[in-house]
Design a protein around this ligand. Structure first.
Ligand SMILES: [Zn+2]
Length: 381
């Protein structure tokens, strides 16, 4: 199918890595950040959040919250922010340039402090998450943030060390080079935070009938209780792709950032990151990035109507199920049979499988995948 790989968001791939410019980092005012934040700082430096070059300033922050766009009008829905308390914020502002360090005090980046500002936590949460219910994990996170935000560009000096979990991480520059080497003109991005069922596989393969390549891109990072652990998502997908996918048609790359559970706004954010990786299309799931019942199942589809300028095309596949009458994977668009003929692996089935060690039917979950899950001691976060 004809098509083309989009330019990065904002037309330029951001690269904020500085080679061996350690300057006088040792003498700099230093702020320790969490591992989760360090992930996102590296994501900024690698251009996964292009066009952001650092933590957003007040103008962009207010614009994102109020309009779902940066100050310059470019689509952006989830602000990337650094919070701190008032006293520390003042010191950072005075210092101008500060070192960012891990919790073991390893300095890895420089933040060029441009501005310090306060923000309305409840109003921001309400706009991003469409609720101010403190039980929502995103709202809870924002409400518990410190009172000041710090905006400014970052320069990263040292990468996070490779670990088994990061073995499949790639930068957008690398994925774009690989897509170009493969000669793909269309690439479908698939976001996941789940272990693969055959229904997911069939959906991905349906997309492969239409486009040159499939970009399987599980999100590795902080998730909520009850989600599958990162190691498990990684190992089950590797087993699935190894056993059932044509290798030349698939790229498997991990994305290291936290789930925000912002539903529709996060669907846009997810699409933008995949555009930066070089995807021309992006599969948006039912209740994409949702949690509980905060979002209408199709809100994440509807929102794309407001973002026709995104330059990555959303694909709204209906959910796949196994139909006992059709004797195949079907969906509501191509099967006329009622719910009594449909077989799906529900969350409840999955939990039962984990607690009893009972393997699901082979046509619902590949045995290679199920074996890994049942042999795992604590599969859930
Ligand atoms: Zn049917």
């Amino acid at each position: 199918m004809a098509g083309s790989i989009p330019l990065p968001h904002g037309n330029k791939l951001i690269d904020r890595f500085v080679v061996s410019d350690k300057k006088n980092m040792q003498d700099m005012y230093t702020l320790q950040v969490s591992n989760e934040l360090r992930n996102d700082i590296e994501n900024i430096a690698d251009g996964i959040f292009s066009p952001l070059e650092g933590f957003v300033g007040e103008g962009d922050f207010q614009s994102i919250v109020k309009t779902g766009r940066l100050n310059n009008g470019l689509a952006w829905t989830v602000p990337i922010i650094l919070d701190t308390d008032e006293q520390e914020a003042r010191k950072m502002k005075d210092a101008g340039e500060i070192a960012l360090a891990t919790d073991s005090n390893e300095k890895f980046a420089i933040l060029h402090v441009e501005e310090v500002y306060s923000f309305d936590k409840i109003a921001s949460a309400k706009s991003i998450y469409q609720t101010d219910d403190i039980k929502h994990p995103g709202v809870e996170k924002i409400v518990n943030m410190k009172d000041r935000l710090v905006g400014g560009k970052v320069d990263v000096i040292k990468r996070i060390e490779r670990s088994p979990l990061r073995k499949y991480r790639m930068t957008p520059a690398e994925t774009r080079a690989e897509i170009s080497r493969k000669g793909w003109k269309s690439v479908v991005g698939f976001q996941t935070r789940n272990v693969p069922h055959v229904a997911h596989e069939m959906l991905q393969k349906a997309a492969l009938n239409l486009y040159d390549g499939l970009f399987v891109n599980p999100l590795i990072g902080k998730k909520k209780q009850g989600d599958f652990k990162d190691e498990l998502i990684l190992s089950t997908y590797l087993a699935l792709i190894d056993g059932y996918y044509p290798k030349q048609m698939v790229m498997f790359v991990t994305l290291h950032t936290d789930m925000r559970y912002a539903g529709p706004k996060e669907a846009i954010h997810h699409a933008i990151m995949r555009k930066n990786f070089g995807c021309s299309h992006f599969i948006v799931g039912r209740d994409h990035a949702g949690v509980g019942s905060y979002y209408h199942p199709f809100a994440a589809h509807e929102i794309f109507k407001d973002y026709t300028d995104l330059e990555i095309e959303p694909l709204f596949f209906p959910a796949f199920y196994y139909c006992k009458r059709c004797l195949m994977y079907s969906n509501e668009r191509n099967c006329s049979h009622g719910p009594e003929f449909r077989e799906e692996l529900s969350g409840t089935n999955m939990r039962k499988m984990v607690s009893s060690g009972e393997m699901p039917a082979n046509h619902l979950m590949r045995p290679e995948v199920a074996k890994i899950i049942v042999s795992y001691n604590e599969p859930f976060v």
